[in-house]
Design a protein around this ligand. Structure first.
Ligand SMILES: [Zn+2]
Ligand SMILES: [Zn+2]
Length: 183
């Protein structure tokens, strides 16, 4: 049984095509629902805050809501730009709790951001987990205490590495994902 919702990925600014392709494939495999990449991408200039030299995640969410996605579609912005929310120095992503839109950034999830060696596999995995996390919020999931669950809170990229790219059973149940018994 597949979930009744679908996922649309929207590039905010330029995003490496292979990043989006890997993400789409990863999400489709885990969620067993339609996942596609929107043909239009969003110009990020209006969301730039010159004082912080970052992009306003809350303004991007507003933009993604206009026009709202079709019913059952969850629209997730994906960006390589550095995001902030007014009360935080930076965020990996943001979402409307129980709403249809979210955004996730690769900027601080790239291993080279903190001086580590580039690691493409780790980068793809981190982004996939971050997008699953924000998608979960759009499906009204709150933070989960199961250490490996994608809905665990992460302040650092290393925290993201400790999570699995899937939801624990109670979280999966709440959003209607059928889990394999074999894992
Ligand atoms: Zn969260
Ligand atoms: Zn969970």
């Amino acid at each position: 049984m597949s979930p009744s919702w679908q996922v649309e990925l929207v590039a905010i600014g330029s995003v490496t095509p292979s990043v989006l392709a890997h993400l789409r494939e990863g999400l489709a495999g885990i969620l067993a629902c339609p996942v596609w990449i929107a043909t239009l991408h969003v110009d990020p200039k209006p969301f730039f805050d010159p004082r912080r030299r970052q992009y306003a995640a809350h303004s991007i969410l507003e933009h993604l809501l206009n026009p709202p996605p079709n019913e059952a579609v969850h629209r997730i912005g994906v960006t390589e730009l550095d995001l902030f929310l007014p009360v935080f120095t930076h965020v990996f992503g943001a979402a409307q709790l129980g709403g249809p839109v979210a955004v996730a950034s690769l900027h601080r999830l790239r291993p080279e951001f903190d001086g580590s060696l580039p690691d493409v596999l780790r980068m793809h995995q981190r982004l996939l987990k971050e997008v699953l996390h924000e998608l979960g919020h759009t499906l009204a999931l709150v933070h989960c205490r199961v250490p490996w669950c994608a809905m665990g809170a992460s302040r650092l990229p290393e925290h993201v590495d400790l999570k699995d790219s899937s939801f624990c059973n109670p979280c999966a149940d709440r959003i209607g994902i059928q889990k394999m018994d074999l894992e």
